[in-house]
Design a protein around this ligand. Sequence first.
Ligand code: HEC
Ligand code: HEC
Length: 363
Amino acid sequence: MKNLGHGTDGLGRPGQVEPRGDGVMAFGAVAFLVIAATMVGVLVSAADREGGAGGLGPTRTVAGTREVAATSPVVTPVEGPSWLRHLGLTVSETRMGQMGGTEPPPATGRREPGPEASGRGTPSALRAIMDRVLSLLRSDRRAASATLGTTFMLAGADLYRLNCQSCHGPDGAGAPPEIKSLIDPVRATSAGMIEQRMQDAGHPIREVMARQLAAQAKAAIYDRLRNGGQKMPPFRHLRGDEVDALMGYLQVLAGVPSSPGDSSLVPQSAARVGEHVVKGTCHICHDATGPGGGHMGMMRGTIPSLASFPRELSLSSVQRQVQYGSSNMMSMMGGPAMPAMPFLTEEETAAAYFYLETYPPRP
Ligand code: HEC
Ligand code: HEC
């Protein structure tokens, strides 16, 4: 993506960022070993912490999630202070929430929906649902909110866009050193790439060893999503099948050969999509509850709460804010500015708006 600087990853090596790139062996065995060693550390601490908390370990997901997938997703309200407030950072002190890029989401052609997906497994399904919600709003609010629960299928690529892209960018490169590239840690989840890389570096390892390391690398990512990182928020709202689909897309992004790809689709509802947008993106900067906008608030540079949107703003003004970002007037006043987020579609923003209205945010 031209708008992103291709920096270095946290290991001081150039990030390899072209999705599906073939030159994937670029990072050396040293960097790799550092990653592998870190993984083991992470695993130990993860095991310590896990104590009955019901983590999303890969073993558990394989066994436990397919049943959940059959039912309509459980949706919960967003709560608490923004992630930046939690970290004690202002918008201008970080790149988090600002790396989403300037491109609209790619057209559906990029995906290859399987037979089970035909007719429902694309963003057009969400568009149709949101159209129905909007047309029902005036006549039958109850039917409108029931429609928010209609199930349709969504791809791992979309889960990435809604939950990860505003920090890690469209290509996963992030903004090092603060937001590390996720490409190398994802490559470390491929036994094939590990073997190849060690071989190239003149330190061949046995296949069983490579598989073990790959499993550990994968578990470390699952643990990170469950518990967060140093500056990365936890993603406890993601279900096991969603994490699996996301992982499939991360591997595509990282150019892992013969990955199952982005073919796995997961059941979602419009309310659930709104939850991803709000928890994965908006909540980075906006508190769940608290004062809204209004001229005085804006002059003081306060960021309006999520709860204030459906209360104080029309859907179209929220859509405008997301599409184009802060108005020139806001920027002229020197306050914190919100970047444009054209990578979210109008109907995804609408889903976020009605999610906030239907599942009122909690302090
Ligand atoms: C609010 C910003 C933010 C969001 C959203 C976010 N991350 Fe991160 N991520 C970070 C930061 C910052 C780091 C650097 C390590 C740290 O501070 O935890 C990171 C690091 C990572 C790493 C490890 C990189 C390394 O070198 O070990 C992976 C993998 C990762 N993120 C995956 C994801 C995925 C998948 C998502 C979406 C579900 C996501 N992140 C969403 C901020 C974010
Ligand atoms: C990187 C931080 C950041 C993220 C992420 C972010 N915002 Fe903002 N937002 C701001 C700031 C700062 C303001 C105040 C300045 C302004 O109004 O432009 C703001 C203002 C707004 C306003 C204007 C409120 C008013 O009263 O006019 C709306 C609406 C809004 N954001 C919606 C969203 C939505 C929806 C999302 C998620 C898709 C989101 N924001 C994500 C930083 C962010």
